[in-house]
Design a protein around this ligand. Structure first.
Ligand code: ADP
Length: 394
């Protein structure tokens, strides 16, 4: 079965064509800067590696370009759209309605729309991807895989906020959790690798968005993001946890509008606000040259991760393995080193040499005396979506 995976973001579409059950990736790509005059398309197959600039005003046109490429006589990988039997969509917010992957129906689309105010940067583009894919692939089954689904197991004591009950009961204001597809994928890989029957795992996903999950026996039991993908860790341009009185102070005393506060906390804060860059590679380079703002920002970033490690060791009364994943987690030996520093009280000890080694494979970076395994597990959200879509359809 050929499954096209679509991750439709606010100005980008990531895609992969995966053959199941062999899990072979036939092609992959990314359309970026949709809506700008210089949208960029990257496309890779076993034999082709293309980069093109196009004018792509809408997602619909973006997907049309992807479909044309898939069918292209020279660079394409299929000869007829009927060769794609299913399209798997990443959907960020499924609220309380989805603890599993779902076949897209009018009701499912209506629910994704209903949850759009909870993920305004993501759900509308995810839904747009579904509508456009339905048009271009009328013969394929459309499947929605929700980032929030994995976290439906978080117990009420961690799920509820201490605000009046009616806001939980009538308005569904609660912790939802995000990056679930990634946390599920990497924790299952770790459990399989370590051959654990019972397991206590802390999964640390550090990309542009960053989050941590406490996973007991394969189930999410607590998570660092909450109602929206904004709190918890320090991210590329999101602040993570702040005291909410700052919002009132900004509005009441400093004259900010709510929209300005939202932009400030989601687009101008985090590493961006602290250093002027949201790209960790640049920040590390500057820190190496002695830039004190960058050094402090990296310390703050790792300190926040460390605080959540402590919290999750406490909530699970132990930990078997800590996983680092996503762009920063897989590549930044510095953040891993800082986050694991002085945790020997918990039996968490990094091997500095292994930590510096580079690889695309799952690897162990703890010392031989460490009680706790420290793993780098490359995430693959697209493959996880393909696996879930395939499981639903077979
Ligand atoms: P997204 O959430 O958009 O999927 P990624 O998982 O691709 O994000 O992660 C993006 C982040 O990973 C960026 O901050 C980037 O600087 C960081 N990153 C990528 N490669 C490296 C590297 N070699 N060293 C340090 N950071 C890296």
């Amino acid at each position: 079965m050929n499954i096209l995976i679509i991750n439709s973001g606010s100005s980008s579409i990531k895609f992969q064509l995966i053959q199941m059950p062999s899990e072979e990736m036939i092609c992959s790509g990314l359309v970026e800067r949709i809506g700008e005059t210089d949208a960029v398309l990257n496309y890779k197959t076993k034999s082709v590696d293309l980069k093109q600039t196009h004018v792509i005003p809408t997602h619909k046109q973006g997907l049309q370009i992807i479909v044309d490429l898939l069918l292209d006589l020279e660079n394409g990988v299929i000869s007829n759209i009927k060769e794609i039997q299913a399209v798997g969509h990443r959907v960020v917010h499924g609220g309380n309605s989805f603890s599993n992957t779902a076949l897209v129906t009018p009701e499912v689309k209506q629910k994704i729309q209903q949850y759009a105010p909870l993920a305004p940067l993501h759900n509308p583009s995810n839904l747009e991807g579904i509508y456009v894919a339905e048009e271009y692939f009328p013969f394929a089954k459309q499947i929605a895989v929700f980032d929030t689904a994995f976290h439906q197991t978080i117990p009420e004591k961690a799920r509820k906020y201490a605000i009046p009950n009616n806001l939980y009961e009538d308005q569904d204001i609660q912790v939802y959790g995000f990056h679930g597809t990634s946390h599920k994928y990497v924790s299952e890989k770790a459990i399989e690798y370590l051959q654990l029957e019972k397991s206590k795992i802390i999964s640390i996903h550090l990309g542009n968005g960053c989050s941590m999950t406490a996973i007991e026996n394969g189930k999410s039991i607590d998570h660092s993001m909450g109602f929206a993908p904004t709190n918890g860790l320090i991210m590329g341009s999101r602040s993570g946890d702040i005291d909410h009185s700052i919002i009132f102070y900004l509005v009441d005393s400093l004259g900010y509008s709510l929209e300005e506060v939202n932009t400030l906390l989601t687009k101008e804060s985090g590493m961006q606000g602290l250093t002027g860059s949201n790209d960790l590679r640049d920040i590390e380079k500057e820190a190496a040259k002695g830039n004190s703002e960058c050094i402090l920002a990296l310390e703050m970033n790792a300190y926040r991760i460390k605080k959540f490690i402590g919290t999750y060791v406490a909530v699970m009364n132990g930990v078997d393995a800590i996983i680092f994943t996503a762009g920063i987690g897989e590549n930044s030996s510095l953040i891993r080193k800082l986050a694991c520093r002085d945790l020997d009280f918990f039996g968490i000890e990094l091997d500095q040499t292994k930590n510096e080694e580079r690889s695309q494979e799952l690897r162990e970076i703890n010392s031989s005396t460490s009680k706790v395994k420290i793993l780098v597990v490359p995430t693959n959200e697209e493959l996880e979506i393909a696996k879930q879509a395939f499981a639903l359809l077979t």
